[in-house]
Design a protein around this ligand. Structure first.
Ligand SMILES: C[S@@+](CC[C@H](N)C(=O)[O-])C[C@H]1O[C@@H](n2cnc3c(N)ncnc32)[C@H](O)[C@@H]1O
Length: 283
């Protein structure tokens, strides 16, 4: 009984904001990455990537708005299976995609080969990677900015800034504080006797959600208990508003030139849960 008590104490313990950040487990683990790739490629859901119809709209909007032309250069940070890279490359853009998921990049490279597209896919952690620019456009799509600790956001912004031309654009999206207000703390327990998302084997899953009101940070802490061990996956998200984001970007030498409700260019309003920004180097 004492062991169960100790384990439950550990499972339900509350880390400091962004403590134990381990995003690679979520995206690059041998089993989990297989499930993630299936979600990325399902054109009807928005779980790991947006659905195909929305991706088409995003690519069309950014192409028109940023005057992306054949021969323009673009780098996609966290490109996953290359859903955006592939579309831009088809339009003649010189594309580089960076991701640390071997499985997603394997798929992306195979798709590029089949379509005879010359896309430079690089398997790397973008927090350590030094891009060979300069690029006209850098993208970081699907709220990846929110998943990073503040110190790592600073590292990434500095690296993106170095990789852009002086007139270049950075485009990314974030969750807004309006969405954060609705989030509640809680514990869920499931038994997966046939295996599932986290493992091919039988496992028990605890999901402990922590809300850090002052910091506007949320943690979904997954504890997966299998016969042979326990793994913990931390999925952190920080929520923003335009003022907070502008301040953070200014500290890294960027200014916001446009803000929208999403990357298709819809107008922001008071109930928007997400925001997409187009950013340039501050002069
Ligand atoms: C939410 S998915 C979005 C994928 C893609 N941008 C899209 O919208 O289709 C996040 C992606 O970022 C990658 N990723 C997360 N952190 C990363 C890091 N530090 N370095 C490289 N890739 C990372 C993951 O492997 C995953 O493919």
């Amino acid at each position: 009984m004492k062991n169960i008590y100790n384990e439950l104490t550990q499972i339900t313990s509350r880390p400091r904001p962004f403590q134990n950040y381990n995003a690679k487990k979520l995206w690059a683990d041998e089993h989990i990455s297989k499930q993630m790739l299936a979600f990325h490629l399902d054109p009807t859901n928005d779980i790991a990537s947006r659905r195909a119809s929305l991706i088409n709209k995003v690519v069309a909007f950014l192409t028109a708005k940023l005057k992306i032309r054949p021969g323009s250069s673009l780098i996609d940070y966290g490109c996953g299976p290359g859903l955006y890279c592939h579309r831009f490359a088809k339009a003649g853009v010189k594309v580089t995609g960076v991701d640390f998921s071997e499985r997603s990049l394997k798929y992306a490279r195979a798709q590029a080969r089949k379509a005879r597209l010359n896309i430079n896919y690089i398997e790397a952690n973008y927090l350590q990677f030094k891009a060979k620019g300069p690029f006209d456009v850098a993208t970081l799509i699907y709220q990846d900015f929110c998943a990073l600790p503040p110190s790592q956001r600073k590292v990434l912004l500095a690296s993106i800034r170095r990789s852009l031309t002086n007139d270049g654009f950075l485009v990314f999206d974030v969750y807004l504080k309006t969405a954060f207000k609705q989030r509640q703390e809680g514990t869920q327990f499931k038994k997966n006797l046939q295996g599932g998302f986290w493992s091919a084997r039988k496992y028990y899953e605890f999901l402990q959600t922590f809300v850090y009101r002052k910091e506007c940070v949320l943690l979904d802490k997954y504890t997966i208990i299998e016969r042979n061990g326990i793994k913990t996956v931390y999925n952190w998200l920080e929520y923003f508003d335009l003022a907070k984001l502008k301040k953070e970007l200014a500290a890294s030498g960027f200014r916001v030139v446009n803000a929208y409700a999403d990357l298709t260019g819809r107008a922001l309003n008071k109930t928007s849960h997400e925001m997409a920004v187009i950013v340039r180097k501050a002069r």
